[in-house]
Design a protein around this ligand. Structure first.
Ligand code: NCD
Ligand code: ZN
Length: 362
């Protein structure tokens, strides 16, 4: 196989920031082979109003007119069921992202994952509107009170909360974002064990490209590979690769590409969490799918399953162009820059990749 047609590829977990950083990275969504991007709302302040989300989408469309943007609100006390209904009826958002407070970049305005009951009226409205609840599935770290939550067990500790939400709202579409553990993969598989058809999936998981490569040793000592949730053990990585290449419609792609200025990655303390992988998103995936002899499963993972889960319609697309993966070696650049001071180090800088992408116009 030297050319693979992937159709309308989507990245269902994207951070493109605002201002100069956004100008640099938003056009790289398409460079990475992606047509549809689900945009995260963890700006400062977070995206919690209709005007803001509409304005943000307009800004992004100016920067990348051929990319289709799906938008989200940031789960917080500022949201109301009325706002959810209004935003959904206007088509302004496709989901709401939940950040437990303190677990990751710009999560200070987030929620307490030990008790979601205050948000049940919001979840009810979302269920009625068929919106997606995107979960950053980690418990905040605590030590010494008998619970001992830390970066290695934070995701597994969150899984009971996921199951409870699904029990309480069986028709709410939920995504456990950027899964990093075998335990999470098993939970998603277990919830879906009686699913016969992709249209029945209510609880899905996104998987990033970088977590298919990395384990704990790759970020301990290398801030470029440090992100939340952190990459875990080799056995976890193997489970993620198995899930990505399984052909199951409840595992699909969300890069969690999260750019930070290189200066904020090269600090002695307070290193920012986030790996930037946008500009080579599909080529990174191709490496893993080729190595595991699963290139025939890539289209499902990166195109079909995400489109199906979000119910993306052809008429919503800003461009009908389709992406083609082809065998052409390339070297990941050491950095990308706007020439005006913003520098970002891409994932696997300096490494060779076997695949490139091009577009065919329909
Ligand atoms: C993300 C960011 O930088 O916004 N960082 C990360 O490590 N993944 C936030 C997030 O998705 O957790
Ligand atoms: Zn993210």
């Amino acid at each position: 196989m030297s050319e693979i047609h992937l159709g309308i590829a989507c990245d269902m977990h994207v951070h493109v920031r605002e201002g100069a950083m956004s100008e640099l990275v938003t056009p790289t969504i398409r460079e990475g082979g992606i047509s549809v991007a689900y945009i995260m709302p963890n700006l400062q302040p977070p995206v919690t109003t209709l005007d803001r989300v509409i304005d943000y989408k307009n800004q992004l469309e100016k920067l990348a007119p051929q990319t289709t943007f799906l938008m989200s609100f940031y789960l917080s006390k500022e949201l109301t069921p009325e706002l959810i209904h209004e935003a959904a009826s206007k088509g302004a958002i496709q989901g709401v992202k939940c950040y437990p407070a303190g677990v990751t970049t710009n999560s200070a305005a987030g929620v307490d994952p030990n008790d979601f009951s205050d948000f049940y009226p919001i979840f009810k409205a979302m269920e009625q509107e068929n919106l997606v609840l995107n979960l950053h599935g980690e418990k905040p770290s605590v030590a010494g009170d008998g619970t001992d939550i830390h970066v290695l067990n934070a995701e597994e500790s969150f899984l009971p909360a996921l199951k409870k939400l699904h029990n309480d709202f069986p028709n709410l579409k939920i995504i456990l974002e950027h899964c990093t553990t075998e335990a999470a993969v098993n939970t998603i598989s277990e919830i879906n064990k009686n699913i016969e058809d992709a249209s029945q999936v209510k609880v899905a998981a996104t998987l990033t490209a970088h977590h298919l490569f990395l384990t704990i040793d790759d970020w301990a000592g290398n801030p470029i590979n440090f992100c939340k949730p952190v990459a875990k053990l080799p056995s976890d990585k193997r489970a993620l690769v198995r899930a990505a290449t399984s052909g199951k419609p409840y595992f699909f792609f969300g890069s969690d590409s999260a750019p930070h200025p290189l200066a904020n990655k090269a600090k002695h303390v307070g290193v920012c969490a986030g790996v930037y992988s946008q500009s080579l998103a599909v080529p990174y995936l191709a490496e893993i799918f080729e190595k595991t002899d699963a290139l025939d499963k890539l289209k499902g993972f990166v195109s079909d399953f995400g489109l199906q889960f979000y119910g993306v319609k052809t008429e919503q697309l800003k461009s009908q162009d389709e992406v083609v993966l082809y065998r052409k070696e390339q070297t990941v650049p050491d950095s990308i820059s706007d020439g005006k001071g913003i520098v970002v180090a891409p994932f696997k800088a300096g490494d060779k990749l076997n695949w490139s992408v091009k577009w065919v116009t329909k």
